[in-house]
Design a binder for this molecule. Sequence first.
Ligand code: PRX
Length: 658
Amino acid sequence: MPSKKAATKKSNKPKKNAAIDTLLTENRLFKPAAAFTKQANAKKEIYARAKKNPVKFWESMASELVWKKKWSKGLKWKAPDAEWFVGGKLNVTESCLDRHIKEGRKNKAALIWEGEPGDKRTLTYFDLYRQVNKFANVLKKLGVKKGDRVALYLPMIPELMIACLACARIGAVHSVVFGGFSPESLRDRINDLKAKILVTADGGYRRGQIIPLKHDADVAIAECPSIEHVVIVKRGDFLLRIKEGRDHWYHRLMQEADNYCAPTYMDSEDLLFILYTSGTTGKPKGIMHSCGGYLTGVYATTKLVFDLKEDDLFWCTADIGWVTGHSYLVYGPTACGATQVMFEGAPDWPDKDRLWQIVEDYGVNIFYTAPTAIRAFMKWGESWPGQHDLTSLRLLGTVGEPINPEAWIWYHKVIGGKKCPIVDTWWQTETGNILITPLPGITATKPGSATHTFPGVEAKILDDDGNEVKEGGGYLALTKPWPAMLKGIWGDRKRFIDAYWSKWPGIYFPGDGAKIDKGKYFWILGRVDDVINTAGHRLSTMEVESALVEHPSVVEAAVVGIPHDLKGEALAAFVTLGGGKEFNDKTISILKDFVARKIGAIAKPDRIINAPELPKTRSGKIMRRLLRDIAIGKLLGDTTTLADPDVLSKIKKEYEED
Ligand code: PRX
């Protein structure tokens, strides 16, 4: 219960600190219920134990997994390279599947899946084990070897999880490309990976529409010379073209495959997967994750943050195309032997209570979603969840962006019935697992704060010079290695060092601003680089700009984030047209569609604004900061470095007319 009532205050004076101003103070405190504490997986002593010897703490978590050969040293650390569980050998699927078959979970449901049209499937751990083994044999037969890259472009169907685990079984590196990405995004990722195989589906469903995945994949791979075979899962009865010799139906190959595939043992540090994420420069970054460290991180956090119990039904609503789906759907829950829900559709199709219907139908206990979804639920109103029995819920989680305290309170009251602890979990594609989070049953939570570091993790707020900010705002910094940390950027060592390890020596810079309060609670303030967090997904402004300038009418573009009620941030694009081209409503819709086609619908700008010229410094750098000020109607900041101050008034005029 809150110890102080409704105390979100705007302090009169912003607390000016090294890097970031902090304006809001949120004082409500929710203490854990004694009954929850009593049964929680995590006990208070864990913090002191992990602090005393973090490596030993992580080793104790790793030893709960299946290893073929035990490691000789917990950690070898020479920044920016960490080797975790040195010399250890394992195959992650033995922890996620084989051991459950042997330890009494053979007939336990691993996945309760529901498709968008309402079709249902339940896969037991044995079903999953069998399918993974068979598909591993299929991949082997198609020539996939340890270390080869396999691209996965699938809807949220069990075969996506099966394909990930099948790659892991044979030591192949999977790279999932979100099914909402465009053919061009898929093409660029496959070419960067030099993937041999693409696994896709004939199509998928989204709000009653059919997404022509195989058709899009065909467009992509027309320009992907590395692809030797395409495997197609039959999701519906969708039209498609088959290229003899290259394209194969999944179900046919599975019929012929052997039941068992011996696991390929991997070094703890060998690659498990590559997942692309946006960075500050144009090209998406292929973030690399290892086997031993990554699995240890996601296993430990799933068990302790979500307090998973044998009989719980866990539901992480994220798509496997994002890191949340990798860590808290494919790997973490299966490593814990959990039963989980997997859902193909959208939360508002056919109606705005689809998720609550699923919670009621299956009796979901733990529910993990994003603030952008929570804000949408709030907007749709309480009557939708109000029609359903949500009493099975016992723990709620959020991830992806800062949650506004009001959304947190709404989630707590309306979805959690005031009885569920909320874990606001901060992490990134690069960090692999949750790093800042409450531990349910231990941490008193404050709405909007991700609270404290997970045991064994160390974070600080630093200023530009690397001085610690003990109270107030600055940059978030991770000052000790953790097992699931990224191993690098695929094919780009320099960028890995520049992006994460060059701000302060030996310290990881996630690119987020944050503040720390008197009570040592962390408050994440958002990105400090040119990355926009829209609907919980990171998009690089550069990437969208590159897409825009590919259009023949655009000579220059600058993209900034603007506040948005539901998405958190939306995109506003300032464009300069070339050759006397006229800017009108048609231009706006053409450019919006063009970006959606180039990158995917998630990157579609909300606003396109005519900028006859862009504001630049004398050295020619676009001053996005000023464009952001115009876009949010703020008084213009410092304009003294601007080469031509008149430019701004012209854009402002265009913007106001828009
Ligand atoms: O800015 C932070 C925000 O999302 C970024 C990571 O994005 P991505 O790699 O796509 O992974 C999203 C899912 C893990 C972070 O740098 N972010 C993530 N979780 C939170 C958050 N911001 C505030 N609070 C969170 N709980």
